[in-house]
Ligand binder design. Structure first.
Ligand code: AMP
Length: 627
């Protein structure tokens, strides 16, 4: 029997029908898109049972000639508008999974596939992956732009309501557009969101709010070559810049993803008359200003949605209209003009700069003389882990690799690739010290330590929302690893860490391959993570991103039981027996049917029946929306 090709990406997208002449809501259908090495196939999807339905069509990658972002529609229906999740979420009829505001097109010789992604991240991932799978040189499009609405796509987007086939016929009759080398180069400018001080000799400093020109196609890369306004060139961390013009992120009063209740908590904690926060509203593209005032010593809060005129001007009070949000805020810093207080005191969430992928461009070998050891954090598979500082400032965790616990040369070769992995929910690998023994692995430090211990310690304080948010963080990191085709192989709460602000990050990804301990590596060994392992791992040691999905389901279970041992009453051989019989972990008291259903889909017997990580995350976000 032929086995299905392994999928590289799986996502639920909205697909525009290629047949119909006129556009109507009926011409847009939710489909499960599956990318394999050879083709993109789309299926019906049974949301109730979390299963793939019948196949509706496919495109051979061989036939794809262009993959590109498309400008958003002018007046899209709600399902294709951007949804900002926060305080109005409970009044929103349409949940996150039903929103698909990020269009892109896959042009092939039979016509363009017009696809809408639920998040910008997913759209970018698919475009990048399609370009990678196809081999960039074969496509005549240029790099992906992270902020497509600001730029025109190189391929003229299909207009809504125009028959796609007509356009395609006209297109295929014409020669291909000029190749990138002959077309005018696009100057890609970015703005720094944070200051950055060079670490390696090749780095370029960043000054928050200043503009830089990108010098080569670096999107998706952790370090980008750029030029500053004085003509100096060097490498900058990709996660420190944005392509948006005049980004609000550079203002201390702006906290993009802050919810209404977190804003209220923060304003109350500061307890300052005129304290204010600007944040994204749940209404697409709108902002809310939360203001704190005091009356007879009692603090109270009002939330004002920034209104927009038909000519894109902003106001809080109708008489005072401004072209930009910063201008509006500056005005109200001096004039209350109807607000409960003028905006006297910007309250910020203390957003700190994210970790960089390594300590400077190309620096992965760290000088141990730059490290100060401050205290012991714990002991893991490779030995002792210490907390310390790099060059007296940056907090780091230092794994001192016990001699004989890993094939060091193999790991050192791999470490450079692992350093390129950079995601806000992955514990960042900063570098290694390999010139001495024991070798050190240097990573980002997370002050709240191991997730398993955290769950046990803070169970009384953790709400449903907190638990789901932890699962969503892990799922986000795993979606990223899946998109990079990296397997974790030992995903469990004990291998996740908790940051100062409660965010959860996945640690030790891929490290299990370097463990030299039969008790850990053999599925018969006492240290093998049997309780987190999928049936096919137990039977044939077959690891895949779908076996990581199984482990993720067990991790969700650990989260919802505040760190209980899975199958606690069974020994290892009993567990294998039970799993083969189809027995699964019970529903934790705190997990609703919907949450438990997500876990159950992760434990589908056949690996191909388990959803991909982005789909699991969409389901978790949907549950969070309805809380
Ligand atoms: P490991 O070798 O990764 O299993 O780490 C052993 C223990 O050290 C963990 O259980 C944590 O408590 C602690 N630890 C490891 N890495 C870090 C880190 N990056 N930040 C904070 N604590 C850590």
């Amino acid at each position: 029997m032929a086995t299905a090709a392994p999928s590289i990406l799986e996502s639920i997208f909205l697909k525009r029908s290629q047949q119909k002449r006129k556009t109507s809501p009926l011409n847009y259908k939710k489909r499960l898109f599956v990318l394999t090495e050879q083709k993109i196939t789309y299926y019906e999807y049974d949301f109730e049972r979390g299963r793939r339905g019948s196949k509706k069509g496919f495109v051979d990658l061989e036939k794809v000639i262009c993959v590109e972002c498309v400008e958003p529609e002018e007046n899209p229906p709600p399902e294709r508008q951007i949804l900002h999740r926060e305080e109005f979420a409970d009044t929103e009829q349409i949940s996150i999974i039903e929103r698909f505001p990020y269009p892109f097109q896959i042009v092939y010789d039979d016509g363009p596939l017009y696809v809408f992604a639920p998040t910008e991240d997913l759209r970018r991932r698919w475009i990048n992956q399609l370009k990678l799978s196809k081999g960039r040189s074969e496509l005549y499009t240029l790099p992906f732009w992270p902020h497509p609405h600001k730029l025109r796509p190189r391929v003229k987007p299909m207009k809504f309501g125009v028959d796609a086939k007509d356009e395609m016929e006209a297109k295929s009759a014409k020669p291909l557009p000029p190749t990138p080398s002959t077309s005018a180069p696009t100057v890609c400018k970015v703005v720094a969101l944070y200051d950055f001080t060079p670490i390696s000799g090749q780095d370029l400093p960043l000054c928050k709010g200043e503009e830089y020109v990108l010098l080569d196609e670096g999107s998706g890369q952790p370090w980008l070559r750029a030029r500053n306004k004085n003509g100096q060139e060097g490498y900058i961390p990709g996660n420190y810049v944005t392509e948006a013009k005049d980004p609000l992120e550079i203002y201390e009063w702006y906290s993009k993803n802050m919810t209404r209740s977190s804003a209220e908590d923060l304003l109350r904690r500061e307890d300052k008359e005129g304290g204010f926060i600007v944040r994204d509203s749940s209404k697409a593209g709108k902002y809310t200003v939360s203001v704190y005032a005091k009356s007879s010593g009692e603090g109270f809060i009002r939330h004002y949605v920034v209104c927009e005129t038909s000519v894109n001007q902003y106001y809080l009070a109708e008489k005072h209209v401004f072209s930009t949000i910063p201008e509006l805020i500056t005005y109200h810093q001096y004039n209350a003009a109807g607000l409960i207080s003028r905006l006297k005191y910007p309250v910020c969430s203390g957003r700190s700069a994210p970790s960089t992928a390594g300590l400077g461009y190309g620096s992965w070998e760290i000088d141990p003389k730059d490290l100060t050891f401050l205290k012991e954090l714990g002991t893991g598979q490779f030995g002792v882990v210490k907390y310390g500082k790099w060059r007296g400032q940056l907090e780091v965790a230092i794994k001192m690799v016990k001699e004989g616990s890993m094939p060091e040369d193999e790991f050192i070769n791999e470490a450079q690739c692992m350093m390129k992995l950079s995601h806000e929910n992955l514990v960042q690998l900063y570098g290694v010290c390999t010139k001495q023994r024991p070798i050190f692995i240097i990573t980002e430090y997370l002050s709240n330590g191991c997730l398993l211990t955290y769950l046990k310690e803070f169970r009384a304080r953790l709400s449903q929302g907190d638990l789901l948010s932890m699962c969503s963080d892990v799922c986000s990191a795993m979606s990223y690893l899946e998109s990079k085709q990296v397997l974790h192989r030992d995903l469990a709460a004990r291998n996740c860490l908790v940051a100062e602000d409660g965010a959860v990050k996945v640690s030790d990804f891929g490290l299990s391959r370097y463990v030299l301990d039969d008790e850990y590596t053999s599925s018969l060994g006492s240290k093998f993570p049997i309780r987190w392992s999928a049936a096919e791992v137990l039977l044939y040691s077959k690891f895949s991103s779908k076996s990581d999905v199984w482990s993720f389901g067990v991790l969700m279970w650990e989260v919802f039981t505040f760190g209980k041992m899975p199958y606690e009453r069974f020994n290892n051989s009993e567990i294998v027996e039970q799993i083969m019989k189809g027995v699964r972990l019970y529903r934790p008291q705190l997990a609703t049917e919907r949450v438990y259903n997500v876990m159950l889909t992760c434990w589908a017997e056949k690996a191909e029946d388990r959803p991909a990580f982005p789909i699991i995350q969409a389901a978790i976000l949907e549950i969070m929306e309805d809380l």
